[in-house]
Design a binder for this molecule. Sequence first.
Ligand SMILES: Cc1ncc(COP(=O)(O)O)c(C=O)c1O
Length: 404
Amino acid sequence: MPSSFLHPFTRPLRDDFVSITDGKGALVFDDQGKEYIDGMGSLWYANVGYGREEIAEAIAQQAKRLGAYHTFDPFTNPPAEQAAAKIVELSPYDEARVFFGSSGSEAVDTAMKMARISQRQLGHPEKQIIISRERGYHGTNYGGTSVQGIPPNREGFGPLVPGIINVVADDDEAMKKIFAEHGDEIAAVITEPIQGAGGVWPPPPGYLSHLRDLCDTYGAFLIHDEVITGFGRTGKWFGSQFYGVTPDMITFAKGVTSGYVPLSGVIVGPAVLAGLEADEDFTLRTGYTYSGHQLGCVAALKCIEIQEREGLLARATAIGERLSAGLNDLRDEGLLLDVRGEGAVWGITLLDGVDVVAVRDALLEMGVIIRPIPPHMSMCPPLVITDEQIDTMVSALRKVLTAI
Ligand SMILES: Cc1ncc(COP(=O)(O)O)c(C=O)c1O
């Protein structure tokens, strides 16, 4: 009999779960006290690791003073102002502004709405189309569902948002063709710098800068969905900096607070701001009750401080070197078909016919968490994972793949 809790992305009739109760560093523990090396940073987010007293303290102090107060006109609050300023400082922009939400899905839907309304404010109401790429994952609100490049995630939910074109993932020519056909009507392109939940796919060399050029040529905005790649995952603060391509908006969530409190946002660059700020009388009629939530913003400031103090961006690069070396060995031993990634986010493709869920379950038994995305698996460990824990993960994977 399933419990009252209806789980996300899960068969509603599933009734056996691993109940996670504790965490420390890159380890989590279940209600039986069993220890797991978390190769996924929960769901791509626990960048600074678990059990950080100083984050708990910062959140508690703020909660005691004022848990939250909304930021609709005319209100603001110091943590939201400080977090926005700090995030702009880390971003690729000299000048930008930050819009806050609570989830990646909210950030994506907001960026889509901002692209369209900014184009309208700039005198281009005909620019409504939003382009996305196959394999892209952009959350599960209706905007994000509509731009999803993973078909099963779109199916069965009724009519989706109109004006979306989903393009073959890595094909420059296909993208050029869409621009040639619809260029004057395109509001924006949304893409993850590294496609994550679709199986971890870094872009082909030059792909993102070609996309930037196309957007510039046709007056479309480029949105980088950095919900996974933001906040240090690639070894830079943002994947945009890693690839040296500056988009017009960046969505973020997950690593900004390492999940201690949900927080997301959109970094709105100058081209989009020009539309939003063009008319003094214009009101941006979108936002969330919890936009600029004090607890989320306090957690973000503390997480950023920790990442800076502990050099966790450089650690992401080192994790990537060690993890990919181990995974490439497994590929060379004939146990994997493919290994790909950057920094501390990696994907592997298993041999034909191998049941990835069975591999996930066997690894769980051995106290290692990596995520199945059939026929791929993904790894996105906390940036505090130790070398020894990385090696344990790889050797557990070797054992399971050899036995299966
Ligand atoms: C790139 C990307 N965008 C958006 C989302 C949606 O975020 P959330 O689940 O917080 O709504 C995710 C979640 O994995 C993501 O990876």
